[in-house]
Ligand binder design. Structure first.
Ligand code: 5GP
Ligand code: ZN
Length: 116
């Protein structure tokens, strides 16, 4: 996918601090971390968002979560973590390539969202 930031990271055209790489998934540090541990896990293949994922993407989505669990422990959040997949306009998704944020660290990340 031309002009997709995360496709360029997956293709090695833009550098990233990678923590996992295999033939279908890549994980790297978020450039602007919100917590001491803030990783992004992406499929190498361009999927715009969770809203455009299909049944065919179930295996890669499952693997992304399994890798997230392992990386959270390895990267400094062994007692739990939060997975966030911002989706579409309402979900405030800024990069239009599906990605799971893994956030955590030594301290609790806090309540999920401010209540309405
Ligand atoms: P979104 O709002 O789409 O869920 O999250 C996009 C995330 O990508 C943000 O947390 C932002 O800091 C991160 N990000 C944006 N540009 C880059 C970049 O060039 N490299 C890395 N590693 N992360 C980026
Ligand atoms: Zn892409």
């Amino acid at each position: 996918m031309e002009n997709c930031l995360f496709c360029k990271i997956a293709g090695g055209q833009i550098p990233a601090r990678k923590v996992h790489e295999d033939d279908e998934i890549l994980a790297f540090h978020d450039i602007n971390p919100a917590r001491p541990v803030h990783l992004l896990v992406i499929p190498r293949r361009h999927i715009t968002s969770l809203a455009t994922a299909t049944e065919a993407d179930v295996p890669v989505l499952g693997r992304m979560l399994a890798i997230a669990n392992r990386l959270a422990s390895e990267q400094g959040s062994p007692d739990g973590f939060r997975v966030i997949i911002n989706t579409g306009r309402i979900g405030h998704q800024e990069v239009q390539h599906l990605h799971a944020h893994i956030v955590g660290g030594p301290e609790p990340v806090g309540p999920m969202l401010k209540r309405i």
